[in-house]
Design a protein around this ligand. Structure first.
Ligand SMILES: NC(=O)c1ccc[n+]([C@@H]2O[C@H](COP(=O)([O-])OP(=O)(O)OC[C@H]3O[C@@H](n4cnc5c(N)ncnc54)[C@H](OP(=O)(O)O)[C@@H]3O)[C@@H](O)[C@H]2O)c1
Length: 258
């Protein structure tokens, strides 16, 4: 990936809100044209209009459920039809589920696996051969800070173990693709204030434990703007207050001020 990002094209999944929307804005701020995907076209269109109005870039919203192969194929085709090629993929769409394992609805497993793991791998497979042909490209995968914990955070073991798999895949891909001039970076965010965490108990009981998307935006901007012969393999942006670090870092699970 060259340093010149203006006029490049990025796909951002899960871009209608939360971290994905913030990262779409980050990319737009760098002059990158966007193809943004999410399941619900209404909010996605609103986001596209908002970004296009704020930054001087083109933004194409495409309804896409990352659990469906046909939708992913359509996303890639739409991007190529509109912009010719895809230079950057920000794989971000994700869902969460917090349960003691024995209570977790059995249908959650397939939904989590198809969204948070398979959706990422399939979309990369669909864009990668063009990137290899172009000897250039950048792939950013939204992993999770929970993958740093061993044992994994209680009540998040299905979500987190799929993110562990994604992280391992992403690292392996880094090595496979570096000789083709393609960069692969995993972002490991801590607990961030989005709709996704809004549904979680325990963590959100104290809002000061949540971080904004700002540090994640900075991390992705960093990954996209390092010199051409450098690739950050992983960037962990850990929330200082997250109770998840308790298994690895002695922490009272209390706000230090209390
Ligand atoms: N928030 C955190 O604390 C945190 C921490 C670590 C990692 N992460 C990861 O960061 C990513 C973004 O999370 P977030 O907190 O920004 O979540 P969010 O606020 O809930 O936003 C999720 C986005 O993904 C889209 N989406 C969900 N399922 C989809 C599907 N099947 N196909 C296409 N799009 C889909 C949603 O739009 P639609 O509903 O319209 O599809 C929305 O745009 C996820 O991968 C998550 O695991 C988040």
């Amino acid at each position: 990936m060259s340093l010149e990002l203006k006029g490049k094209t990025a796909i951002v999944t899960g871009a209608s809100r939360g971290i994905g929307k913030a990262l779409a804005c980050t990319a737009a701020g760098l002059g990158i044209n966007l193809v943004i995907g999410a399941r619900n076209l209404g909010p996605l269109k609103e986001t596209a209009e908002e970004i296009a109005g704020k930054f001087k870039v083109e933004v194409l919203p495409v309804a896409c459920d990352v659990t469906k192969l046909g939708d992913l194929e359509n996303l890639v085709k739409s991007a190529k039809d509109k912009f010719g090629k895809i230079d950057i993929l920000i794989n971000n769409a994700g869902v969460s589920s917090q349960y003691p394992f024995q209570e977790q609805p059995i249908e959650d497993f397939e939904r989590l696996a198809h969204t948070n793991y398979l959706g990422y791998v399939r979309l990369i497979r669909l864009v990668i051969n063009d990137m290899i042909k172009n000897k250039s490209g950048a792939i950013i995968n939204m992993v999770s800070g929970s993958t740093l914990c061993d044992p994994l955070p209680r009540n998040f073991i299905v979500y987190s173990s799929l993110k562990v798999g994604l992280r391992a895949f992403s690292k392996g891909l880094f090595w496979e693709l570096r000789d083709h001039g393609i960069k692969v970076t995993s972002i490991l965010p801590g607990v961030t204030d989005t709709d996704l965490t809004g549904k979680l108990q325990e963590i959100t009981s104290d809002a000061s434990r949540l971080m904004t998307t700002e540090a994640i935006e900075n991390a992705v901007r960093f990954a996209l703007t390092v010199p051409a012969n450098v690739c950050p393999l992983e960037i962990a942006v850990i929330n200082q207050q997250t109770p998840w670090t308790a298994p690895v870092i002695p922490f009272k699970q209390q706000h230090p001020g209390k």
